[in-house]
Design a protein around this ligand. Sequence first.
Ligand SMILES: Nc1nc2c(ncn2[C@@H]2O[C@H](COP(=O)(O)OP(=O)(O)OP(=O)(O)O)[C@@H](O)[C@H]2O)c(=O)[nH]1
Ligand SMILES: [Mg+2]
Length: 338
Amino acid sequence: MMTERPDDRHEDVEDDEIEVGEFEEAEIDDGTESPHDYGYSGPHHAGFAALVGRPNVGKSTLLNALLGTKLSIVTPKPQTTRHRILGLLNAPDYQIAFVDTPGLHDSHGRMLNQYMNRSAAASLEDADVIVFVIEALTFAPEDEYVLERIKRAARPTIVVINKVDRVPDKRRLLPFINELSKRYDFKAMIPLSAYKEDNIAALPGVIAGLLPESPLMFPAEQLTDRSPQFRATEIIREKLMLRLQEELPYGLNVEIERWEPTEDGRIEISAVIWVERPGQKAIVIGEGGELLKAVGRAARLSLNDALGQRTHLELWVKVKENWADNANALRAFGYEGL
Ligand SMILES: Nc1nc2c(ncn2[C@@H]2O[C@H](COP(=O)(O)OP(=O)(O)OP(=O)(O)O)[C@@H](O)[C@H]2O)c(=O)[nH]1
Ligand SMILES: [Mg+2]
């Protein structure tokens, strides 16, 4: 069912809130380093490193920190990432193809959840190296479940003990690390804070040491396999998830309807926010359209940064009943592999 009224539309017209400096200073890692830039002629390693773990442990935050750019969306809510997202990191002697994955979780939920788990499991099985992300001082049954899958995949595995900034007394980590080392033959155990970017520098080198010798798998200037349109839908979903409570974030999907570069160098974007029930539509729009306006404003600023271009954003809210349990809708929304 589709409903559409003129007042569902929120047009985020450019206003004085934007400072031009924000786009000009946006740092986008264009990955232009290549072995040849350095006159490097030693062995080159390349391969896939899957970031896996239960929801909310910080996999996407870690991907972004490692790449030095915001590629994957992050929210305090579990099950934020729904797709595999490739992020490429190049150095003179290696190319690491990081794969951010949806958090592995109980898949007795909806079809969307089954897709998410399947996508994460496939990345884990295809990886050259597995980066198992957990939270400091916690090893929950959900972590155990992920570890069981890692054991079955039998790939070299590094465990990242994330969020150590939450542990003021670092001595408490020692018995935790000791217990963890008994669970599996991890190639390395690295405590770090993805959020504070603390102790992350050594991780790529450790991963690279476990990758096969190989020339570049992707062009040196490539950052991701995801299109600007996909990144835009993710940014809009992130801004929505940050502002909505309880179950609603899980019933949202964002789709680009129009994407038109203009002659003056901007991009005009129209996006549809799909919800599952008519009642949810009113919540997403908010009183007097305030919530949708705030989402539009935040999304546009973030898009300007991510795309390195000014954007003009229109958001619409429409209903597609129970899309998250509908195979055709999921396929149409780009959830492959169902
Ligand atoms: N204190 C602290 N918080 C962190 C750290 N890393 C991530 N977080 C927070 O943890 C929450 C979840 O982070 P995400 O990166 O979205 O986690 P994820 O594992 O990708 O989650 P899913 O995509 O849902 O599987 C966010 O609120 C992050 O800001 C960290 O090192 N320290
Ligand atoms: Mg994530």
